[in-house]
Design a protein around this ligand. Structure first.
Ligand code: FEO
Length: 182
């Protein structure tokens, strides 16, 4: 029995489509970070691995937030097909370069939806997406901070071990901040 009453929807078809595309991106983020976490674990980067496992969970959380929003607004959130996941990396630095590149891409996508919502007077979705705007700024900044650690410490000798330790400290601070918010 379908109780889905599209005549009562507050979401436009276009915004629903854009949000479903964003679901694909968040799902891809979650899957990509899971793959990175696994690679780091096999390479012995325990802290980077833990950081990325947690980050993968966070991205799934972002995806689910959009599921709820679409469905509550009378649309239909769609479980995305996730393909083309990278499994191998040439270095730990490459992993975090990929994270930053991906987050920049996600930010652009969020901004495009926000822009569309404002131009089309969908103030509800516009307001809802502000959380994502802030989140993306924080996530990009975090990825940049981690890449700076590579530059500061250097990757020779015990450098990579030290970098992994530093990522562990950032990860612990993130978990503490998330716990304080909960
Ligand atoms: Fe939810 Fe970092 O994209």
């Amino acid at each position: 029995m379908s109780q889905h009453n599209h005549s009562k929807r507050s979401l436009s078809i276009e915004v629903e489509k854009l949000l479903n595309e964003q679901i694909v991106l968040e799902g891809k983020s979650s899957a990509s970070y899971l793959s990175m976490a696994s690679w780091c674990e096999t390479e012995g980067y325990a802290n980077a691995s833990n950081f990325l496992y947690a980050h993968s969970d966070e991205e799934r959380g972002h995806m689910l937030k959009i599921f709820s929003y679409i469905n509550e607004a009378g649309g239909h959130a769609l479980q995305p097909e996730i393909t083309n996941i990278k499994h191998k990396f040439s270095s730990l630095r490459e992993v975090f370069e990929d994270v930053l590149e991906h987050e920049i891409h996600v930010t652009k996508s969020i901004h495009e939806i926000v822009d569309h919502c404002l131009s089309n007077k969908d103030f509800s979705t516009f307001s809802y997406l502000q959380w994502f705007v802030t989140e993306q700024r924080e996530e990009e900044s975090l990825a940049r901070r981690i890449l700076e650690i590579f530059d500061i410490i250097g990757e020779d000798g015990v450098g990579l071990w030290t970098i992994d330790q530093e990522i562990g400290k950032i990860s612990a601070a993130q978990a503490a901040a998330a716990g304080a918010e909960a």
